[in-house]
Design a binder for this molecule. Structure first.
Ligand SMILES: Cc1cc2nc3c(=O)[nH]c(=O)nc-3n(C[C@H](O)[C@H](O)[C@H](O)COP(=O)(O)O)c2cc1C
Length: 205
């Protein structure tokens, strides 16, 4: 169970979640996670976008950068290696990189913390907090697979955005929501995006 911490900013118990968005295809996943967490008053989000993520944004959505930044409570530059989230003393609970490029995966696997996304991920791992990497590439060569093994050995969760079809998705949003729901499960955030398989206690969609 992930414990919440007491945020002195508003006097409430909050979950502080870092969202990294990198230049792999699938920026919709990061955006959808931010949209859902924004509705949750018990969550404070810290967003970091890589430069290539800003490029893929233009290819893959009609949203502008400011609109995405507006979904987060705090936004940090990927160049700001002195940002709050670069220190383990700054209390956070989890980090999701959605999507995670092979470049950022490699940086994390080999401890290259020269950009804030990789540094924040390194901190999450050293503090034994939860790091979820929505790695995206296909097909995969030996180096990609080796890096996934390395980060898994360090404690990260490799969670590629691989769609499921048993829930009969009718749209891209259905596919994205199902995957995002399974990611939110990993950080114990309640949602009703996923019909729970054969669970009589769960409400159906
Ligand atoms: C449209 C587009 C799609 C891309 N898709 C992927 C991808 O799925 N996986 C990946 O590893 N890199 C992909 N790339 C390449 C990355 O953006 C590139 O390696 C970049 O250096 C990653 O840097 P970052 O990790 O700092 O975001 C894509 C690039 C573009 C322009």
């Amino acid at each position: 169970m992930i414990e919440s911490f007491h945020s002195s900013a508003n006097g409430k118990f909050m979950k502080r979640i870092i969202i990294g968005i990198t230049g792999a295809t699938g920026i919709l996943y990061g955006i959808r996670i931010l949209e859902l967490l924004k509705k949750n008053p018990a969550v404070e989000t810290h967003l970091i976008l890589s430069k290539p993520a800003v490029q893929t944004l233009a290819y893959e959505t009609d949203m502008n950068l400011q609109a995405i930044k507006g979904l987060a409570d705090q936004v940090h530059s990927n160049e700001d290696i002195a940002a709050s989230v670069s220190s383990g003393s700054f209390q956070t609970e989890a980090m999701i990189i959605a999507p995670c490029s092979m470049r950022t995966l490699s940086a994390i696997a080999h401890g290259h913390s020269d950009k804030l996304i990789a540094r924040a991920a390194d901190v999450i791992l050293k503090e034994r907090r939860r790091l979820i990497l929505m790695v995206r590439e296909t097909p995969l060569h030996y180096g990609h697979l080796q890096n996934m093994l390395l980060v898994t050995q360090m404690g990260a969760i490799v969670a590629p955005p691989v769609p499921a079809f048993y829930h009969r998705p009718q749209s891209i949003d259905d596919i994205v929501d199902h995957t995002v729901g399974r990611i939110l499960d990993l950080i114990h955030i309640e949602h009703n995006l996923v019909a729970r398989w054969k669970d009589p206690l769960a409400s159906s969609q």
